[in-house]
Design a protein around this ligand. Sequence first.
Ligand code: PDD
Length: 281
Amino acid sequence: RIAYVNGRYVAHSDASVHIEDRGYQFADGVYEVCEVARGFIVDSVGHLDRLGRSLSELRIDWPLNRAVLVHVMREVIRRNRVHNGMVYLQVTRGVAPRDHVFPANGTRPALVVTAKRTDPVAAAKKAGAGLKVITVPENRWERVDIKTVGLLPNVLARQQAKEAGAQEAWFVDPDGTVKEGAATNAWIVTRDGVLVTRPADHGILRGITRTTLFKVAEKLGLTVEERGFTVEEAKAAREAFITAATTLVMPIVAIDGQPVANGHPGSVALSLREAFFDVAE
Ligand code: PDD
């Protein structure tokens, strides 16, 4: 495997960053994960727009101009012969002696790009079985709309899910409304067949897959309501599912050990998954 690290293509096993990289010391960086399908980056415009927003919110410069960055992503995909898989990119504020304040002007942001293959057959099998989620209290900061590499609460929540025999954890506000998963957005389908997902304010990450799914829903003639929903409402819903570049549309079959509807993946979620690539760019 080949990785791109600050201007060089290197063997993945030898790829490394400096010990004074601010991403390593302060989680002072941002990232994107894009799906690669049939050799193409899915929704690359949306991902790069969001990267630009994350960078500007944290006042980190683009490490390369956008067109060159896309070229590097494609090159990493090509060199790793990824037909179906993921491309990961991470930008940090760069390497400088440890100090909380921003480093001196002229410190270059650090860029890492990797790619890996995934197995579409295994993913389809997973979707056919559905995933289980647990719920955990929201304990993240107020700006989770920025896709930073500071993911400790997400890591702990995912681990807690795993230890409970589930695959995802939903962060829940004190009033019982579901925010999003540790690395996915959360959706339900009501008894009336309406899709519901929380508004993308500063309280969740505005998923690129989520945005594309609005268009998929429209194509299938489904209504989407952007509003909060509670854990109770989700448990009583006709269906529940999650979205992310890594999972696309993935049905949820249990919440906190309680089956959603009959405990099998819902037909709406599965048809959204099926129709996804007709709409994604
Ligand atoms: N996670 N919410 C959170 C907290 C996420 O980390 C992600 C993505 C999403 C979905 O966003 P998108 O549809 O753009 O992938 C929502 C990536 C995949 C990750 O951390 O691996």
